[in-house]
Write a protein that binds this ligand. Structure first.
Ligand code: WTA
Length: 701
């Protein structure tokens, strides 16, 4: 066990995290504070542990309930928390219908197509209401879907994606949105795991100015699911352009249907929102973990919607009159919580952009912001780094003004943060660095924008009602100011926390709670800290600085990838005997995967061929976003005497870090071979901005 724990620390992203010095505070402007939703210093007291769990009523009261709950939190079966028990509501009603009396003519969604000559499309709350109703009618009557059924949605960034999600929510159907960039095979695995009979997709979309065929993935997905014993009987295909088919893939008669054709039969149809229990699942979202199989994170209806609405109001400072633009993909949790559900529940205007931020050039986001007068902007460090690299002075050319900007998904380097603040935000926008995960539903750590100063590179304290704690490997608390990195956990449950892993309750307990739960028989929630799987430093001011994952997950440009999934994909290439995937620091994407493989004895294929095969296996089985930066073919892997591959050593070589003592390995000489191969073909410099200040996670234990 001790060995495994060590291995966890040593091969992780956090291992290669570059630390930087303490930074100066930045303060919100008086102008921002004067209009902010949360200006009340009492909030910390209100959301203190003494007031837990009733404090979270404040969020649930932002929603309309058909039936008010009787128990705010039921903790009788830890760690299966049940929030707002007895309550009934409907998410689609809360995001649409309730805004109609006052705001039916207001834009709910503004869709910005990637092609700049295509005009933006505004969809009012009334139009959204009509489209969601018609879609819900189709799903119920044509596809035969009802409350509790699962549906897999594999779509690009178009308004039809939230329309489909909201139509599911109207019926109580559980949606499982798979990020559009995932391959057909990856989608098929998720269809099978969730037991979806219906797949909803789109013919194609635009990316980097090119048409991408999305429908072709549907055929692969259905075949993959079938191989796993799951039968898909309907594939519903939205069309990106009216009257055109952007996919060359044929439609299969009796299985595939164009949504626009079927929708004609449901014109003007209305579907009463189905009241569901607060505890009924709203959606599944698959995410990578330590083992090969992705986990179907199950989110509730009431707790989830209350939490994303409350945090969107207080941390994103969303007011109904704002124009809010989050550039994340709706296929990831950020898009679910903070493009669709939180903003629409608050009745604001949420902008959806189809394409890549740098198309056709690095001025695009600022042109969009200027034209549509966006005042809240939400993106990830990867996009910020890319925009800074390609157009450092672009933002100055445009007359956009943000009151608040968000960074999410990866640690942000202080100099990247400062560019965002100075150039993009023009020193007037507040930045919130929000740390959280798919499993959490909404934010965990961030500054409260009008109340706490910002500190570049640090997420900040726990958001209202979230009480973080940092433990060392042995379970000792590392208090604020401890100057040692540890594992960040949350002491208490909160309404946005997942309910379980779909179909794998035991894995849920093991992954998130077993590590620091001292007594698994305990019925006291205080004994069940939530283990996030991130390394962190707790500064003296109570701000948390996230270093990266401590498990076998690599965060590539904000996409969370399991190294074990990548390794399994490599092993499908017949010549490959062994594979190891490690994270490498990348100046734009944060981290990229690098692959080491050893070939089966007697294989004489040209290594270049093998490299190509490995890359295409990864792209087909997972998706293009998982493409490794290098595939190193070696005659062997560094191994312990018991035959375990030492990924720690490979991580060190790939990041040009000291490999440490390798004399106890079974084959120490191979390390030198690999080092020479890697260093002769790459020009790696040690990771991080201030190499003299590097204090690495795990080395100070
Ligand atoms: C990382 C994305 C540093 C972290 C919302 C976490 C961050 C993983 C931040 C979850 C941040 C997220 N600073 N790291 N502000 N936000 N992360 O599930 O390692 O796609 O565990 O959720 O992203 O990724 P996920």
């Amino acid at each position: 066990m001790a060995d495994t724990k060590n291995e966890m620390l040593e091969t992780s992203e956090a291992q290669i995290a570059a630390h930087w010095k303490e930074e100066e505070y930045y303060y919100p402007t008086a102008k921002f504070i004067s209009q902010a939703n949360l200006v009340d210093h009492d909030v910390d007291k209100r959301f203190s542990l003494e007031n837990f769990p009733e404090n979270f009523k404040e969020y649930a009261d932002l929603l309309d309930w058909y039936k008010y709950w009787h128990t705010t939190l039921d903790t009788s079966n830890p760690p299966f928390w049940r929030w707002f028990v007895g309550g009934q509501l409907n998410v689609s009603y809360n995001c649409i219908d309730r805004h109609l009396p006052k705001n039916k003519g207001k834009a709910a969604i503004i869709f910005v197509p990637e092609l700049e000559n295509d005009p933006p499309l505004a969809i009012t709350y009334q139009e959204l209401y009509v489209r969601v109703n018609e879609t819900a009618a189709l799903l119920r009557e044509f596809a035969g879907l009802k409350k509790g059924d699962r549906v897999t949605i594999h779509m690009p960034m178009v308004p039809e994606l939230p329309i489909t999600m909201l139509a599911c929510a109207r019926l109580g159907v559980i949606h499982s949105v798979v990020f559009g960039g995932f391959s057909g095979m990856a989608c098929g695995d998720r269809i099978a795991d969730s037991g979806s009979r219906v797949l909803i997709t789109m013919d194609g979309y635009y990316r980097n100015g090119q048409v991408q065929d999305q429908k072709e993935k549907a055929d692969i997905a259905v075949a993959q699911a079938k191989g796993l014993g799951a039968e898909v009987d309907k594939v519903l295909v939205w069309r990106r352009r009216q009257g055109k088919n952007l996919s060359v893939t044929p439609m299969l008669k009796g299985r595939d249907y164009f949504m626009d054709e079927i929708l004609k039969d449901y014109k003007g149809k209305r579907v009463a929102p189905v009241p569901v229990a607060a505890e009924d699942p709203l959606f599944l979202m698959y995410t990578s973990g330590t083992t090969g199989k992705p986990k179907g994170i199950q989110h509730s209806t009431g707790g989830y919607l209350a939490y994303v609405t409350g945090t969107a109001k207080y941390i994103l400072d969303i007011h109904p009159e704002d124009i809010y633009w989050c550039m994340a993909d709706i296929g990831w949790i950020t898009g679910h919580s903070y493009i669709v559900y939180g903003p629409l529940a608050l009745g604001t205007t949420s902008l959806i952009y189809e394409g890549v931020p740098t198309y056709p050039d690095a001025g695009r986001p600022w042109r969009v912001a200027e034209q549509l007068d966006v005042n809240i902007f939400h993106t990830a460090p990867t996009a910020i780094r890319q925009l800074r690299k390609l157009g450092p002075e672009e933002p100055r050319k445009y007359n956009h003004h943000f009151k608040l900007m968000v960074t999410v998904g990866e640690p942000i380097e202080p100099n990247v943060w400062r560019w965002y603040y100075d150039e993009v935000g023009k020193k007037e926008a507040v930045i919130v660095d929000t740390w959280w995960q798919t499993e959490n539903g909404g934010f965990l750590c961030s500054t409260k924008p009008a109340l706490n100063p910002m500190k570049p590179g640090s997420a900040g304290p726990g958001v209202p009602g979230i009480h973080p704690v940092v433990y060392d490997e042995k379970g000792n608390e590392l208090p604020p100011g401890a100057e040692r990195a540890g594992n960040v956990c949350i002491r208490n449950p909160w309404p946005g926390i997942m309910q379980t892993i779909w179909g794998e309750p035991e894995r849920y307990v093991q992954t998130y709670y077993a590590k620091y739960c001292k007594n698994q028989q305990s019925k006291d929630w205080k004994d069940w800290p939530y283990f996030a799987g991130d390394g962190a430093l707790y500064a003296g001011d109570g701000y948390i600085r996230i270093l990266g994952r401590v498990d076998d997950v690599i965060n590539v440009a904000g996409h969370r990838l399991g190294t074990k999934e990548l390794e399994s994909a490599c092993l499908t290439v017949p010549e490959v005997a062994e594979a190891a995937v490690v994270p490498v620091i990348d100046p734009i994407k944060g981290r990229v995967p690098e692959v080491y493989i050893a070939l089966k004895p007697g294989v004489t294929t040209d290594p270049k061929e093998i490299q190509k095969k490995v890359i295409s296996a990864i792209e087909n089985i997972i998706g293009k976003m998982a493409r490794p930066s290098h595939v190193w073919v070696s005659e062997d892997m560094p191994k312990t005497r018991s035959g375990k591959i030492m990924r720690r050593v490979l991580t060190a070589v790939s990041n040009n870090m000291p490999v440490g003592d390798v004399t106890t390995l079974a084959n120490p000489e191979i390390v030198e071979h690999i080092k020479i191969m890697v260093q002769s073909q790459t020009k790696r410099t040690p990771a991080g901005e201030t190499p003299d200040d590097i204090k690495r996670f795990g080395q100070n234990e």
